[in-house]
Design a protein around this ligand. Sequence first.
Ligand code: GLN
Length: 534
Amino acid sequence: MSGVGKGITTASISKILEGRGFRVSPIKIDPYLNVDAGTMNPIEHGEVFVLDSGLECDQDMGNYERFLGRALPPENYMTNGMVFKHVIDKERALGYGGKCVEPVFHITEEILRRVDEAVKKTKPDVSIIEIGGTIGEYQNAIFIEAARILKLRHPEDVLFVMVSYLPIPGKIGEMKTKPTQTAIRTLNSYGVHPDIIIARSEVPIDEKRKEKIAESNGVKKEHVISAPDIESIYDVPVNFEEDGLGNLVLKLFGIKPKKKDLADWRRMLKRVHGAKKEIKIAVVGKYFKTGDFVLSDVYISVIESLKHASYALNKKPVIEWVDSETYEKNPKKLKDLENYDGVLIPGGFGSRGVEGIISAIRYAREHKIPFFGLCYGMQLMVVEYARNVASLKNAHSVEVKPKTKYPVIDIMPEQKELIKNGHMGGTMRLGGYPAKLKKDTIAYGAYKANNIRERHRHRYEVNPEYIILLEDKGLVFSGTSPDGRLMEIAELSKKEHPFFLGTQFHPEFQTSPTNPHPLFLEFIEACTKQQKKK
Ligand code: GLN
């Protein structure tokens, strides 16, 4: 089922094989019809992760990149929408030479062609392909069929790993294996036989239950791997190794196991578990209140970035969510921001809760609470500064107020045309772009580099017409596009504020637990100083 940990399992298998010296390449398959994840509301599907190429994809790609500490190419991601679109477009262009185009064959071949493309691009020893969804549902069946064909064509080279949940019903208090046994049988009916079963549960699975599952699946007990709930997702690769997964995969492939080397990773885990001193961060935004979505999924990269930087500085981050509309209803609540060591405003879209966010930014600026704004957070930081320091009354972003008198955040010219013509999917300014940094700024001090490359996802920008005025009033644009047209980082000098900085890009898309992002490190450092001051 969703949320059971297939993404972390895939990332962890990748990590342990990489730790054994193999080149790995994780691939994510999503069964929905959206051509990419960019058009989906994060409340429904969680965060939209952006690759360096600009492809908007599932948050699991973020997990893979964070575990491996490197960027992945767009070939490593596919959706049902991408696959079908390609086949249908090709059919419309007479690309199938008059043949009857059918899901089973033409779609499965397209899936396998894409896997092949990823392999050509990344040249791995092992590809780890995650098929999203749940066994038994219709929408991922075509991918499982493609996987079955893959195994048929390369019997020695394909292993199936099934991630299954073993519930411990409250009243019964006993771990139940039947749902897993039934799921295995369902998978068998597709012609697929799992070689390894990852047994997800609240607690480690005991030997008796391992035996039960092994027996019903016709594999050895050692092929059932325990995956209990843990404190940190970064423990999973090490736990898997301890339960023998690395050796097992290599044995089943007939590859000679190389020595384990997760030394860096283990050092990082020591810091994860050793950090005791708390650092309190308020994340102020709007995607907080709805039915049953998992909040942390909406901002997973932001949360992980805060964790990575905190652990590196021996701090334990305590992240609290503040719904910005609270400040609109009750401005007195702003005072509560004093309880935090730092305030972060993540990316976002639209007008809901925006005035509350702007009030929070003002409060953090005036009360010298470390403040970090990401994308929309940076744009609203500029709006706040324009209104309250540069005296541009009611200045705004045209995204919220198209007819504002002072459009300090304006739509990028090239975006205007796209929106007018209804081209909405995959058309924002997306992915990695270079930027140059100004010396003697917080940004420069953090990166220690003249040139950087960061990932983007936006349609609006700081309006060039207001830059001189804002600079005159003390705002420093410490990072810009190489041609100087786009403002990429805005900050106040350290003399004015301990840390008041916003980025037009998303630094949270380029961080790993063993290599935290420099701006997040700088922010947490400032939060630590703030705590000491208090
Ligand atoms: N809504 C803003 C824009 O499109 C910011 C986007 C974001 O935060 N990712 O420019």
